[in-house]
Ligand binder design. Sequence first.
Ligand code: AGP
Length: 606
Amino acid sequence: MCGIVGYIGKNKAMPVLLDGLRKLEYRGYDSSGVAIFGKTLQTFKAVGKIKELEKVIGKNKSDGTIGIAHTRWATHGKPSKANAHPHSDCTGKIQVVHNGIIENHAELRELLKKKGHKFHSQTDTEVIPHLIEDLYKGDITQTLQEVLQIIKGAYGLVVFCQDEPEKLLVARCGSPLVIGIGKHETVIASDVSAILQHTKQVIYLEDGEMAEVGYDNFRVFDAKRNLIKKDIESVLWNIEEISKKGFEHFMLKEIFQQPESLKNSFNGRISFENGTAKLGGLTEVADRLRDVERIIIVACGTAWHDGLVGEYMLEEYAGIPVEVEWASEFRYRNPILNKRTAVIAISQSGETADTLAGIKEVKNKGALVLGIVNSVGSTISRETDAGVYNHIGPEISVASTKAFTSQVAILALLTVFLGRQRRMSLVMGKRILKELSDLPEKIDEFLKDNNIERIAKKYHKAKNFAFLGRKYCQPLANEGALKLKEISYIHAEGFASGEMKHGSIALIDKKFPSFFIAPKDSVYEKNLSNIEEIKSRSGDVIAITTKGNKSLEKIADDVIYIPKTLEMLTPILATIPLQLFAYHVARIKGFDVDKPRNLAKSVTVE
Ligand code: AGP
């Protein structure tokens, strides 16, 4: 996944481009580059984070008011200056930044090399400027339209041509691009976080669309090259939501935002009187949802873990069979679907390529496709028939935290909504909603007083970790393992507690600690036996359990207490210690918590 910024306007482009890259750095950060046109065309590139690029640019005071910039998450070719974007044609007059994968790049490269084009990188992207050069006859807009008919795959593109320096070309197919319309200036970016401080008026390009952006005007074309009218929309977020607000890392800020973000997830969506949820985004499909007999949840990573929690909820309280699928696998299956099947895509960014591909496949099979998405106006939110937004503001840190708890809350609301359309009683509906509305205060209580930093210090040198849970907390075992490994690089694995004895317990010894999520719930006694099994093999055990349950103090090495709530809502509370544990371990180890190695915030490549 990469970050793209383009600028054309009355101000100097360089500060806008660099600030935009800093805002987008969470999308990919192994190398970066800028091309800026003033008296001459200048390009700058660097390996590593944006600060390395700033060192290369140094005191350069380019007066250019048009430019493009890019921060990369490598897909083809290792991080290097040669592979950093922008990429150019043989003359250097055509500069391109790209997010996505050009699937037919190899054959195009061979064709262009036979015509004498010289390549300088290993990237798929570089075929684009050479193809433009090859076809260019003086109209860059028309030339790009021809090129878009030839390249295959996913792209978000911004193109600059020195022979027509009063415009930027923008094209999108599968990778997001937003055009910010300011006063005598236009900022183009991969997402609104790089645009917000300039304007809140934006145009979201759809797949297949291309825009020609001038100093004070723009034209948008559809895939058939017809001029089309696009609505200018207002962004709901504000700029301070993408600042750390005094926290050392975005991850810590977003962990501490959870009392508020959870509240925002269910605000205005609870009808205590009727014991049900009011989900405005589902109004148009409410009647169709009554007939739904099966649900398939499609997601990736943390969102997939949310789906696993949702499976337990929906089956137990709404009486609907559910299967949860990794989107990257589901898209290659031939699923059995019909109009009584609902497919739910869960995605914080709303741009995850695998999840998007998963729902595109089912739409033409007649299933109802719903979304639980945070990013308003994102591709997935626009591809679904209906859906529910998280309304938790941007999640910047690569490790997802507040999105996880928000998605569980929205799945609980959906469970009540669907349950009350079926067999769930008014009393049960009210009870779930009451418990849900009490959670922000309980999260706050835990955040204010916990022993996680001490426990993180004690175990931060471990080379391996097992995370274990049952029933509603089994998905948390997966989530706790993912959090730890993606930011501290410690190998960690999530298990169903009951599954350990079927082989994996062979891993356990004094050097292989286990994190047990063992609240006082319907499977507590079973977890207790599993903890004993681990202890009898000299494995250290950190246990999360319900406040007031002192029985683990005798057997676990460390105990973390969380407030009591309904079994189905426990994942919202029990995930907080896991988030904090991963955060503190990574911080103590000195790693970049918000931008861990090899990762990007939104994976818009397959
Ligand atoms: C979560 O900590 C990870 N960064 C990653 O697994 C993420 O949840 C996954 O890529 C899905 O992203 P999405 O919710 O934006 O679709």
